[in-house]
Design a binder for this molecule. Structure first.
Ligand SMILES: C[S@@+](CC[C@H](N)C(=O)[O-])C[C@H]1O[C@@H](n2cnc3c(N)ncnc32)[C@H](O)[C@@H]1O
Length: 311
């Protein structure tokens, strides 16, 4: 079979209900991400575009607005019992993808703790687009090819189409990758063509970071130490066994432990679509590790490792 992708803004607009586009097989080019910022439904469109987009390790960046309403309410009630309303709180939300769920939480917590400094970070908040004629290539921050837009084809190079179902797409991708994309990347490395930086934070998130000095965005890899200790670390839908090995988890937990003030709090959990049950927990740092303070749903997918961790 043969299929084409979605790579023009009009293709998104023409659909009466764009949610219909959530078809596992229909690729929406990531290059549209910063072309829809002026649309009235920009945040929803951005969420949709991220749905099938993955980074160079194959990790998805999908996220949803209002993803943890019930869990957030529980956590806020708990934080009110741990911190005082006029405390100067420091908060680091890690692995935030486009930052929408971080912003949801910031908007709520900053009403209770107005003296908050909230940092939202992700492993790869930006990608890079190079272009020659109609062909656009999306590169990761490490220079790996993520997507090839060769109209009317959109190829996700990391999460590829099934060879069995889309053998023609597969063949075209191989040819385009070899004869068009790789020479373009070579030229880019030799600085013969320039790249455009494409920020993956949602439009509303970027806007809040510009207008509210309490809300900051940055790059951070959980496998590296945090720069300075904070009161609360939040890690939603990222401390999942599908992303990291056990050894990596212990490394991450060490960084989180060192990245918290004494008695600091770790909030973590995972769920599927918006407002489904969060399997997670809230942990308080102790001298050597963490104590579970509150559990939600089935608990964090790595609850055992968190409780086993000793610094
Ligand atoms: C499924 S999204 C979750 C986004 C958001 N926290 C939420 O719950 O809606 C997972 C995010 O974790 C990020 N991530 C994966 N590995 C990471 C790492 N080593 N350090 C920081 N973030 C990472 C990915 O880039 C992705 O944006």
């Amino acid at each position: 079979m043969l299929k084409f992708g979605i790579y023009k803004k009009e293709q998104l607009k023409n659909k009466a209900g764009f949610k219909n586009l959530i078809d596992k097989d229909k690729k929406i080019s990531i290059t549209l991400y910063d072309q829809i910022t002026e649309e009235p439904n920009a945040d929803e469109l951005a969420e949709l575009i991220l749905l099938l987009f993955s980074d160079e390790r194959g990790a998805y960046k999908r996220t949803y607005q209002k993803r943890f309403e019930e869990f957030d309410a529980k956590v806020l009630a708990l934080l009110k019992t741990i911190f005082k309303e006029n405390d100067s709180l420091t908060f680091h939300d890690v692995g935030v993808s486009n930052g929408r769920t971080a912003l949801d939480f910031f908007e709520k917590i900053s009403l209770i703790f107005p003296n908050i400094q909230y940092t939202a970070s992700d492993y790869n908040p930006a990608i890079y687009i190079i272009q020659e004629r109609n062909c656009k290539i999306a590169l990761s921050h490490t220079g790996k090819i993520l997507e090839i837009l060769f109209p009317p084809f959109v190829f996700n190079v990391i999460k590829r189409d099934s060879i069995r179902h889309y053998s023609i797409n597969h063949l075209v991708r191989l040819l385009v990758q070899f004869f068009v994309a790789l020479p373009m990347v070579e030229k880019y490395k030799l600085k013969k063509i320039q790249a455009r930086e494409l920020m993956l934070f949602a439009p509303k998130v970027l806007n809040t970071a510009k207008t509210d000095p309490r809300f900051q965005l940055r790059q951070h890899d959980l496998l590296t130490p945090l720069s300075k200790p904070v009161h609360v670390i939040r890690a939603m839908n990222v401390l999942n066994p599908s992303y990291f090995s056990e050894d990596e988890f212990f490394k991450i937990l060490k960084h989180i432990h060192e990245g918290l003030n004494s008695k600091g709090v770790l909030i973590t959990g995972s769920n599927q679509e918006a407002d489904t049950t969060v399997d997670g927990g809230v942990y308080e740092k102790n001298k050597d590790g963490f104590d579970l303070v509150e559990q939600s749903g089935e608990g964090s997918p790595i609850n055992n490792l968190i409780l086993k961790f000793k610094k």
